[in-house]
Structure formats: C-alpha cells, structure tokens
Design a protein around this ligand. Structure first.
Ligand SMILES: [Zn+2]
Ligand SMILES: [Zn+2]
Length: 245
C-alpha cells in the first residue's frame, strides 16, 4: 500500500494570529516544498479560506482536506476534518452560531482575511473567530460526525488550549479516535494510564510559513482521497483491512 506524507493542522491569514503571509497560495506552495502529500487547513472556528486552499493545493499536486480548529467551551483546541467543502461549510455555519457575538479587534488580535486561490483579498471577517464556542469537548466529535467529519484534540501535550491542560485527562467518553501532539511532545506522555494505547499523530500547527517542517510522518492508504484519510484516522492511524468506498 502506498505511503503518503502528511500534516493536518495549519492556519491561514483568516486566523487572527496567523501571519498575513499565510495566504492559501503561499501555504500550498510551502507544503509542496516541504514534501507533503496530504495537508489540511484548520483556521480557528472558521472554514472561509478552505475552498481557496483546496484549489491552490490541487495546483501543486497535493491532496488538501478542509478543516477547522474548534475552540471548545472549555478552551480546548480540537481539530475537525471533513471529506469535502460542502461538509466543512455546513460545520462552519453550525460553529458560527455557537460563537459569542463579539467583533474582532483587528488592531489587537490581527485581521481575519478571506482570500481566493490566486491570493486576492476577498474581504475580512468581522466576527471574532478565535474565542471559545459553546461546543463542549464532549459534544465536538458528534457534532463533526453530524456533518460527515472527524474530530480529535489538538496539541494535547501543550500547557494551554489543550484537552489535557484544560480538562485534566483523556476520557474515552469524548469519542475521539486519536490525539494530536506537537513536535515538542515529551517522551513518555503516552505512558500515562489514561493515554495508554491512544493513537496519535504530530502536526506543525503553522501560524507562519517557516513553521511548516519537512515531511517526517506518513500514512499508508489504498488511495489518496479525503475518505481514505478520514478512514485511516478513524481506524486509529491504521489502514482498514477491508477497505471499501
Ligand atoms: Zn491550537
Ligand atoms: Zn492551531
């Protein structure tokens, strides 16, 4: 079965904390230079640049999944990935309705820029997207699944905005099939009794273009499609023995 390098967590200029250089086109180009085969765009609580990123990535021969980094009510970051743009946009609309009606203070937090695949500015989002939603960590997996997607907690080894830091432990009741860790994850984290056997991947969580590392991890897939990627993740980072589309 062929292996594909991947990184499934990065931010565009739609995230207020993301660099304005992280345009969909620049991001896709950097991912190609890094030797990645499969990537995902995961802006904070927003999917508005996913279409542009998918089209830009296609030009470079990459497979891109549309996604989001959801901020739960407990302020734990959760990566949500979808098989297609329609599903991601459905989820984006649900999450938008679960954000407080606060406007972005662009001078403090930075602008939230919408772009097309040629890096033309389409506008700016006014609603502040980077705060906590009312979606609890216990609801996130089911909410993503209701739109055909998959959710798992981001950078669980970090001391802030992480599931372990904010909720204290990994509870299987939350229904996450895997965890994401940062590149600085301490050796031995998964020796903890609550994390024993929890499948995990790493992600760059790039807010700047130079934070995209060279390809260093891969997934074995019967084919390079969003459905196969989601099935691999859902199956605990293993290919399904009886793969069927
Ligand atoms: Zn995060
Ligand atoms: Zn992130």
């Amino acid at each position: 079965m062929p292996k594909f390098s991947f990184d499934l967590h990065m931010h565009s200029c739609l995230s207020p904390c993301g660099s304005e250089d992280n345009t969909p086109g620049n991001l896709a180009g950097m991912c190609a230079l890094a030797g990645l085969d499969i990537v995902a765009l995961t802006d904070h609580n927003a999917v508005g640049n996913c279409g542009a990123f998918l089209r830009a990535a296609e030009r470079y021969g990459l497979l891109a999944l549309p996604g989001m980094e959801l901020t739960s009510a407990e302020e734990a970051h959760i990566v949500c990935l979808f098989p297609g743009l329609a599903e991601a946009e459905e989820f984006g609309a649900l999450v938008k309705g679960r954000l407080p009606p606060i406007k972005n203070k662009r001078d403090i937090y930075g602008p939230q820029i919408l772009m097309d695949e040629d890096d033309n500015v389409l506008g700016e989002e006014d609603l502040f997207y980077a705060g906590a939603t009312t979606v609890s960590a216990y609801e996130a997996a089911a909410l993503a699944a209701s739109c055909g997607g998959l959710a798992y907690p981001a950078h669980i080894d970090r001391p802030s905005f992480s599931l372990l830091a904010n909720l204290g432990l990994w509870d299987p009741e939350m229904g996450f099939p895997l965890a994401e860790v940062s590149k600085n994850c301490p050796a031995g984290l998964f020796d903890r009794s609550d994390l024993k056997g929890v499948p995990h991947i790493t992600a760059c969580d790039a807010h700047y273009l130079d934070q995209i590392p060279d390809a260093h991890q891969s997934m074995e897939l019967p084919e390079r499609t969003p459905q196969a990627v989601l099935a691999w993740l859902k199956n605990g980072c293993k290919p399904l023995a009886d793969w069927k589309l």
